[in-house]
Design a protein around this ligand. Sequence first.
Ligand SMILES: [Zn+2]
Length: 504
Amino acid sequence: MRVSVRWLAVAIPLAVPALQPAAQAPARATTIVGAEVADGTGAPLRRANVRFSGDRIVAVGSGKPEQGDAVVDGAGLVVAPGFIDIHNHSEQGLSTDPSAASQIAQGVTTLLVGPDGGSPWPIGDYLAERARNPATVNVGAFVGHATVRRLVMGEDFKRAARPDEVARMATMVDQAMREGAFGLSSGLEYEVGGYGETSELVELAKAAARHGGIYMSHIRDEADKSFEALREAVAIGEQARIPVQISHIKLGTVGVWHQAASAIALIESAQKRGVDVTADEYPYNAWSSTITVLVPDKRYDYPPSVEKALADVGGAANVLIVRHMAHPEYEFRTLDAVAKDNKMSAVEQFIQIVKDGGAGVVCTSMVDDDMRAFYQRKWVMVGSDGGIGVRHPRGAGTFPRVLGKYVREERWLALPEAIRKMTSAPADRLKLAGRGRIAAGAVADLVLFNPKTVIDRSTFSDPGILPTGIEKVFVSGQLVWDAGKAQEARPGKVLSVKNGAAGG
Ligand SMILES: [Zn+2]
């Protein structure tokens, strides 16, 4: 996305906090009374009152509300730092829907845009626009590898870049970092980024590293070549001396299912060598798209290609048809079941469905034991890969789903640890001092939720349904979500690798 360049003259200093009138600050302090505090560090829950004034937490403990304080009854609720989503696709959504209801309804108070190699450009202009038109949530940005690659190479991107082109891309990454980016993102499984060689990524990552940025990657393969792709990400970190964040870590085809232990061993041995590698994961074992994307060679009527495609997702029983105009009666049934009814093979049924206009499908991409193994590692955080308007249930469900399904129901994680993965872990990764923890002096980005009821409700057929159980959300001390409704306040700040430490 390109944004107008008319802010250029004012964008350079990124004087974001100064642009936001102090008059927005609440007139009085607020004390949340009687909630259990999950402070973001992973420490056990403890009963404490949390008092905040202006945009800062001023006390955590047994202190009673002072005279004139607004009092919030937290009985039965947990208060946590606002969730920080390190992988979010709301770059355009924040301008069209600054209330960001689908995000704050999940307890998200800070989101990072520009993942997977695609970002706004120039970053400074984009951030200046966000500062001029604030949202409910705080925002920071990555600069995308594919974005700068496309700007330098134009339509002629289907090849390795020449050294002079790599140098120009590196200059652009340098510029983006000066303008406030948190690092370089890549999407090496995609059309433009995929032509970039490892050495190109190393050069660009070095430019990000010079400014304290990280390298965040949708790695080159999440299927049969997952391990090569993980090794490449580690190598980029090692050669560029930059922290690496593996986006939405997964083992996405039958050929690599149940191998999380090997992937974990690969990453942890790199960590032992001193490479700083972490990851994030979304809590869904499926993707949704059109039925044809299953067949990478695009030979949809060629039985051997279709057969391989179905085998890669574990068979036709893992392909759920969610939309098919020609036969609506197939919807919400598996390809396997429909084929059996029609006395066809699954391959024949697939070919018939494509002939009849195609279908929307939801496909299993990961197995639970791999998902659980990743989530149970300390270095794996929660990230959504969602965002405003994203047509996947993770866009409106990720954080409540982890708390409801994977903490309360499946018991994969203890609540304080899950909260740590949503708060201090990404805050530390991004060097966001003053966020991601509940402590005196920290920014009052807070979420108050009911641990007994919190759950996602978004589905593959209805991805926009908001979750339940997130009762109140505060950003910089201002109420942005209350009892199921977005509020009027737009206290969201622009964060950058430069002002992050100051907390705005
Ligand atoms: Zn991705």
